[in-house]
Write a protein that binds this ligand. Structure first.
Ligand code: CP
Ligand code: NVA
Length: 328
């Protein structure tokens, strides 16, 4: 382990509810308990407002990204810099991973150099394999199944706009996600359930979330006294909601299905007409990148309800909180 500055200082500054996260992996949003999720959002808010500062002392995060990224890559890099550490870009195309070096070897070797890995890839199993072989925390930076870091920033944004920066104030509010039941939807369901948020997924038939993720999020929701539901009618899905969220209809790896999906999702654009059916305080969210005129209208993106760029900023604060908790 590297570390010139005092890790003890970082520990002292970390809320006690987050001590349990030290050294852990974040492969799924469901890996975090309700208490840990809430405490992470609180820490993210405190880091954003400057009420708390954490110095991890020279720690190094490796980034292994097999898919494109702007926000996740840059926000992890800046988050580590703000925590007094740094990142190394281990792009598979320029490492031996691209030539077929096995995960079992790569993960064990990298564990001798860096303090954590953030991995963006296709299959959840590949991420799980890295976590199995690595002796350092492994973070899901997006897989086909989940995007846990995104969901933390999303609910942080909802809490700061609708809950006076208190994650506990999200209990009983409703977030509607319109569109494909994809990785982003899955993490919103799991994290929302842990926070007591009612999560509605509005999607055309055939594009519902994964059945196992739905079951798990409904179990978590039952424990927290909220609901996760799937609806197939856009108006019913958005009615009275406090946050309206959408994402691309064709995710990375589904480029071949773009045209077919555009036909299937006709009528599912998040636009001003749908916003008018939501709660009067409702905010509009999108993980980005966005395609104006497809899943979201230009007016919804740029309108007064949009918190999309605050949401993008919060990736930085939420991931800083996460890294502090895993590495302190
Ligand atoms: N929202 C998100 O993860 O963006 P990037 O693909 O740019 O990282
Ligand atoms: N669902 C999208 C999210 C991009 C941040 C994708 O996986 O491509």
């Amino acid at each position: 382990m590297s570390g010139a500055a005092s890790p003890a200082a970082a520990r002292a500054a970390l809320p006690s509810a987050l001590q349990s996260l030290r050294g852990r992996d974040l492969l799924s949003s469901a890996d975090l308990s309700a208490a840990e999720t809430t405490a992470l959002l609180q820490l993210a808010a405190d880091l954003k407002t400057g009420q708390r500062r954490i110095d991890l002392g020279g720690r190094v995060l490796g980034l292994i990204f097999s898919k494109a990224s702007t926000r996740t890559r840059v926000s992890f890099t800046v988050a580590m810099a703000r925590l007094g550490g740094q990142t190394i870009d281990l792009n598979p195309q320029v490492s031996q991973v691209g030539r077929g070096e096995p995960v079992a070897d790569t993960a064990r070797v990298l564990s001798r150099y860096v303090d954590a890995l953030a991995i963006r890839t296709f299959g959840q199993q590949e991420l799980a394999d890295y976590a199995h072989w690595a002796s350092i925390p492994v973070i899901n930076a997006l897989t086909d199944l989940e995007h846990p870091c995104q969901a933390l920033a999303d609910y942080q944004t909802m809490a700061e706009t609708l809950g006076g920066n208190d994650p506990a104030a999200l209990r009983g509010l409703t977030l509607t996600y319109l569109g494909d039941g994809n990785n982003v939807a899955h993490s919103l369901m799991l994290t929302g359930a842990q926070l007591g948020v009612n999560v509605r997924i509005g999607c055309p038939e055939g594009y519902a979330p994964d059945a196992a993720v739905l079951r798990r999020s409904q179990q978590l929701a039952a424990e927290q006294g909220c609901h996760v539901t799937v609806l197939h009618e856009p108006l019913a899905a958005v009615r009275g909601a406090h946050a309206l969220y959408t994402d691309v209809w064709a995710s990375m790896g589904q480029e071949d299905e773009k045209n077919e999906r555009e036909r299937a999702f006709a009528g599912w654009c998040l636009n001003e007409e749908l916003i008018a059916e939501a709660d009067s305080r409702a905010i509009v969210l999108h993980c980005l990148p966005a395609y104006r005129g497809l899943e979201i209208s230009a007016g919804a993106m740029e309108g007064p309800s949009s918190r999309i760029f605050d949401q993008a900023e919060n990736r930085l604060h939420a991931q800083q909180a996460l890294l502090a908790a895993l590495l302190a």
